[in-house]
Design a protein around this ligand. Structure first.
Ligand code: IDP
Ligand code: MG
Length: 150
């Protein structure tokens, strides 16, 4: 079953929207298999966002993501990567559809509340940056066959 990394970013923590983000992903039917609060340092932030190194927003992005603790999570489900991206909405909240986290709850691209891996390959790498294998739980959600099929 596919897994993806989700971060409730500093603005989500500061605004008290962690529960809202978790709730939307739970209601979608995804299963939470790991979660912890992490205060990322510069080195970890640069690793997590290495694909953006050299872009004009990179420094600001590293400053933002290290400004407060974040909540890191691993969510599991069929097509977890694309399902989470759909619930998150477009990167720029001004363009994100209503009904998505960013579309409903944010205005600014530099404060867009949430991170979700963009592919299965990057999910694997990103999960490994935040979690040791024993911190990720295999568990059966009662009734999950009604959510994800047999
Ligand atoms: P994503 O978070 O939707 O995957 P990415 O393109 O991977 O979007 O960018 C990573 C993060 O960098 C965004 O979530 C946002 O916080 C920040 N970011 C992306 N583009 C811009 C920009 O043009 N200005 C400022 N920040 C940006
Ligand atoms: Mg991205």
């Amino acid at each position: 079953m596919e897994r993806t990394l989700v971060l409730a970013k500093p603005d989500a923590v500061a605004r008290g929207l962690v529960g809202e983000i978790v709730s939307r992903l739970e209601r979608k039917g995804l299963k939470l298999v790991a979660m912890k609060m992490v205060w990322m340092d510069k080195e970890m932030a640069e690793r997590h966002y290495q694909v953006h190194k050299g872009k004009d927003f990179f420094e600001g992005l590293v400053e933002y993501i290290t400004s407060l603790p974040i909540v890191a999570m691993v969510w599991e489900g069929p097509s977890a990567v694309s399902s989470v991206r759909a619930v998150m909405g477009a990167t720029d909240p001004a363009k994100a559809s209503p009904g998505t986290i960013r579309g409903d709850l944010a205005l600014d691209i530099s404060n867009n509340l949430v991170h979700g891996s963009d592919s299965v390959d990057s999910a694997e790498k990103e999960i490994a940056l935040f979690f040791k294998p024993f911190e990720i739980y295999d568990w059966k959600r009662p009734g999950e066959e009604f959510i994800r099929g047999k």
